[in-house]
Write a protein that binds this ligand. Structure first.
Ligand SMILES: [Zn+2]
Length: 68
């Protein structure tokens, strides 16, 4: 096996692993659009499916809070 083909094989494995990981995230979680209660900035959150309340930190002002 040449160095070139070994590198291609390694890159293929990395790509497959990342694709699998993306799939898991898509299946196991949902997206929530939350508005910061302090500054009103929109925050896009990844939450576990069925989770009613999600703790998050506002990306704009850093205020820590939970979704309602
Ligand atoms: Zn905020």
């Amino acid at each position: 096996m040449s160095k070139q083909s070994m590198r291609e094989e390694a890159e293929r494995l990395i790509r497959e692993t990342m694709e699998k990981r993306n799939l898991v995230i898509k299946q196991g979680s949902t997206r929530i659009d939350a508005v910061c209660g302090k500054c009103g900035a929109p925050n896009r959150l990844a939450a576990e499916r069925g989770a009613a309340r999600v703790k998050f930190t506002c990306k704009n002002c850093g205020h820590r809070q939970e979704t309602l």
